[in-house]
Design a protein around this ligand. Structure first.
Ligand code: GLC
Length: 558
């Protein structure tokens, strides 16, 4: 596989509402982002991905778009965006926009006109008459991904519309060529402005099986087999790809729930690929069953198996999109790591995924070890999917209220959305006003400023790891993944072997236990050099909690 800048890139994800407030209204904005471009650059990243910045009623915090051509006034103006874009480019960073085209907001002009039966827009969405004698039964049994019914009755139109997410997020009808033309126009608008590509939201859902047949009787996401992926996905993606190809060096990253490596390769392999890479979900399921709410004990064996599968199947063919956090996932230290060993485990997790083949993604606050919030009551949550999941669980009548709250605390997406902790002053320096959302009280100990000047901080560990990944790109980014000790429950040991003979060995104790280092040490060759470690000194007879080490083995020359 040829070497490409987008394979080597490290991307920093900004969820704008909680990143940095620049005007004191308590809401993160473009002015705040502009102030922090130097900080982002200092991490050693090559690009920024912005979660949606567009005008939106914010029912799903920007993933419900009401106007694709304008920036949300709470975040600033299109000129403010241009300043951020230019500022990023001036610092040598690319900019990736979120493109949410499976659905719009119900406040989008298209939807309003569609509901009103305007001939030009009437087929922009997926409308169906009700079934049954009274015509009020759902058109089929599909459910939304945010638990609940997949259909909503619209009084004005006298029909149901499909929504695979919140009620306020009607699905667009991509089978309608006019809709696809609209999408292309939107893409060109931002590409013309100079953005470097798109992260395409739930892109594998945009084509639905003809006739919308009933789905498998699952208790959630029912109907998924008919749209994830759907029959015309590749055809539609090809059209969108052609638009991006009109421009030089632009990028397409697709979000792909339920994806397997085998299926992913149908879209991301070879010159005629329709996406450059895909965000899979499986590696985020090592402590749960399908969704983070259905919690299971963290299984390192499961995680290793999933990584092994993706790393080996995509080797030499497709590019992995490596992430351990984003705006939809609770904080990783609170899941796969340990809040007790916050920074040790934070650095161990950083080590674990930095040296995997593929592009790297870092979510805001991950680099300083932000953790989940200690929720006490339902009023503390704000995410639409938290409440729909709660409702579904209550309806099932299996779990007590206390248990449901406990599940939410651990699993809610809200956890990733608390303001970034910049310093130890009021509101963690996120805003001079009243923050729109709770600041995690641990900001006093966990913040950027405190970590800036501490050479052993997690922040500086991230900087070092990001740089090492580049320095040893041959092995770290392009190398062959070789997993050792597959069945071990606490040790994660793997090699990355580059074509130039460089071999990196990653050794991690991913547990709170102190373990013998004997088994792991077998993989460190004589004369090899340690290049990264989260504990001082040489490796001893024991591996301490979350101890992580990376060696460059001098086996094949150099
Ligand atoms: C994606 C986004 C998520 C959003 C959903 C609906 O999964 O990452 O935040 O709620 O799509 O747009």
């Amino acid at each position: 596989m040829s070497r490409q800048w987008y394979n080597e890139m490290c991307v920093y994800q900004v969820w704008p509402r909680s990143f940095k407030d620049g005007d004191g209204d308590g809401i993160g904005d473009l002015k705040g982002i502009l102030e922090k471009l130097d900080y982002i650059k200092s991490l050693g990243v090559d690009a920024i991905w912005f979660s949606p910045l567009y005008a939106s009623p914010q029912k799903d915090y920007g993933y419900d778009i009401a106007d694709y051509y304008n920036i949300n006034p709470e975040y600033g103006t299109n000129e403010d965006f241009k300043a951020v874009l230019d500022g990023a480019h001036a610092r040598g960073m690319r900019v990736i926009m979120d493109l949410v085209i499976n659905h719009t907001s119900d406040q989008h002009e298209w939807f309003k006109r569609s509901a009103a039966g305007d001939p030009q827009y009437k087929d922009y969405y997926i409308w169906r008459p009700g079934k049954g004698k009274d015509g009020k039964k759902f058109p089929n049994n599909w459910m939304a991904t945010f638990p609940g019914d997949g259909w909503k009755w619209n009084e004005e139109r006298g029909e149901y519309y499909l929504h695979l997410f919140a009620v306020e997020q009607p699905d667009l009808n991509h089978d309608n060529p006019a809709v696809r033309e609209e999408v292309k126009r939107i893409m060109r608008y931002w590409l013309d402005m100079g953005v470097d590509g798109f992260r395409e939201d739930v892109i594998t859902y945009i084509s639905k099986k003809e006739g919308l047949p009933n789905g498998f009787p699952l208790p959630a996401a029912r109907g998924m087999e008919h749209y994830s992926p759907g029959p015309n996905l590749k055809k539609y993606l090809q059209e969108y790809r052609d638009v991006v190809k009109e421009y030089e060096g632009r990028l397409q990253l697709g979000e792909a729930p339920m994806m397997t490596p085998k299926n992913a390769l149908k879209y991301i392999d070879g010159e005629d690929r329709v996406l450059d890479m895909m965000f899979g979900f499986r590696h985020m399921e090592a402590d749960c069953f399908m969704i983070s709410w259905i919690r299971l004990p963290f299984s390192l064996r499961k995680l290793k198996k999933i990584y092994n599968n993706w790393q080996t199947k995509l080797y030499g063919r497709g590019i992995n999109a490596n992430y351990i956090e984003n705006h939809d996932q609770p904080r990783n230290i609170s899941r796969y790591g340990s809040e007790k060993y916050r920074f040790e485990s934070g650095k161990a997790l950083c080590t674990m995924y930095t040296f995997l083949s593929g592009a790297q993604f870092v979510y805001q606050g991950q680099e300083i070890g932000m953790t989940n919030l200690d929720y006490e009551k339902w009023d503390d949550f704000v995410d639409v999917s938290t409440f729909s999941t709660k409702k579904l669980l209550e309806k099932l009548k299996i779990f007590s209220q206390k248990k449901i709250m406990k599940m939410a605390k651990y699993a809610a997406r809200d956890n990733a959305r608390t303001p970034v902790q910049w310093n130890a002053t009021a509101n963690a320096g996120f805003t001079t006003g009243t923050p729109w959302y709770t600041v995690n009280p641990n900001y006093v100990d966990v913040n950027v400023e405190a970590q800036e000047n501490d050479p052993n901080s997690q922040l500086n560990f991230y900087r070092k790891a990001i740089a090492l990944r580049k320095e040893y790109a041959d092995a770290a980014i392009y190398g062959q993944f070789n997993l050792h000790l597959k069945g071990h429950r606490q040790l994660f040991v793997y090699d990355k072997i580059g074509e130039n003979g460089t071999k990196l060995t990653v050794i991690i104790n991913l547990s709170e236990k102190t373990l013998s280092s004997k088994k792991a040490k077998k993989y460190i060759y004589p004369h090899s050099k340690e290049i990264l470690s989260n504990y001082e000194g040489e490796i001893g007879d024991k591996l301490r909690p979350y101890e992580a080490r990376v060696y460059k083995n001098a086996l094949l020359g150099e």
